[in-house]
Design a protein around this ligand. Structure first.
Ligand SMILES: C[S@@+](CC[C@H](N)C(=O)[O-])C[C@H]1O[C@@H](n2cnc3c(N)ncnc32)[C@H](O)[C@@H]1O
Length: 310
């Protein structure tokens, strides 16, 4: 179905947030979009869009009820319409259209230089879920493959005493991470590093907690990604034939950069079977998150040392 040339409600006249949401959701729904970037439906995306234009945080559901009767000005209504049309015609993820993504209630600046933040690891940093594997609050944390810096920032906020490093191969991603680092005023405690995995790390850089959401999409799946994902940097997604190219290189050298009781938290999404085929004797503790059962595992330093002993 194409965009309605004459929408049921005249576009761009003043209307309530609720009316703007209903119209935007109707248009998004008709366009058969993919919603894998932080929203599950046309209704959720439309709510986010309308709240964004109204200058309200889209931080948590139910997003709308308390604002539904609030008025949008004609200019704001026009902006909702323009952004709705932009989402449909470009098929960019809504996060790129709006220049923001929300993760566990926090806003991160994003643009097409960086993958849209949606890591399952985020919620594990939000509620003390990693405490069973940490003998004490981590003092040195690394976010390997940091993208927008979202996980590094969440870690820095979760453990206020920690020094946090965040590394990425992409200068573009690091530029976006810098915007977010400044927004959260973490310049003194969060350090950004350009590195091909561990290549730029000194032997003395040792961590109590290493977070890693690497590219892990297998080559065959890369070829069938919905349009929305094709707007994201392929460097952030492509994980080689079995999705494990980066994971292999990352884990191989991880033991040298872990403290005695160090912990790795690794996301592999739908690729658990590929992970287990690649590392059959490596004990992995699979964690259930709200958004994905068993897409993230915990790996302990002594197990990694045994598995990758030279
Ligand atoms: C799936 S994204 C994760 C980004 C961020 N941590 C998040 O959760 O939104 C993977 C990131 O790995 C980076 N990357 C790809 N190859 C890399 C490499 N060899 N060394 C370091 N980072 C790499 C990409 O640039 C991308 O930002």
């Amino acid at each position: 179905m194409t965009l309605p040339a004459e929408p049921a409600t005249p576009m761009s006249s003043a209307r309530t947030l609720g009316a703007a949401w209903a119209l935007s959701a109707q248009v998004l729904k008709a366009a058969n979009l993919d919603y894998g970037h932080g929203c599950a439906s046309a209704e959720d995306e439309a709510a986010w869009l309308v709240l964004h234009v109204a200058g309200l945080p889209a931080s948590e559901a139910p997003w709308f009820a308390e604002h539904a009767e609030q008025a949008l000005s004609p200019e704001q209504a026009q902006r909702v319409d323009a952004l709705t049309v932009q989402r449909v015609t470009t098929r960019q993820p809504m996060a790129y259209v709006l220049g923001e993504a929300w993760l566990v209630g926090l806003r991160f600046a994003v643009d097409p230089r960086v993958i849209v933040p949606r890591s399952f690891i985020a919620e594990l940093l939000d509620d003390g879920a990693l405490d069973p594997w940490l003998i004490e609050p981590p003092r040195r944390v690394l976010d390997m493959c940091c993208g927008s810096g979202c996980l590094a920032i969440l870690a820095a906020l979760a453990w206020e005493e920690a020094e946090v490093d965040a590394a990425d191969l992409s200068p573009d991603a690091l530029a976006v991470a810098e915007i977010n680092r400044q927004h959260y005023a973490l310049q003194t405690r969060l350090h950004l590093l350009a590195s091909d995995l561990w290549a730029a790390f000194a032997p003395s850089q040792v961590y109590d907690l290493v977070l890693c959401n690497p590219p892990y999409v297998p080559t065959a799946s890369m070829q069938t990604l919905p349009e929305e994902y094709r707007h994201e940097p392929s460097l952030a997604l492509a994980g080689g034939a079995d999705g494990m190219d980066l994971v292999r290189r990352f884990l191989q050298k991880a033991p040298a950069h872990l403290s005695d009781h160090g912990v790795v938290v690794l996301e592999v999404g739908n690729e658990r079977a590929a992970f287990e085929a690649a590392f059959p004797s490596l004990p992995a503790i699979w964690l259930e998150t709200e958004l994905h059962a068993e897409g993230v595992c915990v790996l302990l330093a002594h197990d990694l040392r045994e598995a990758f002993a030279a």
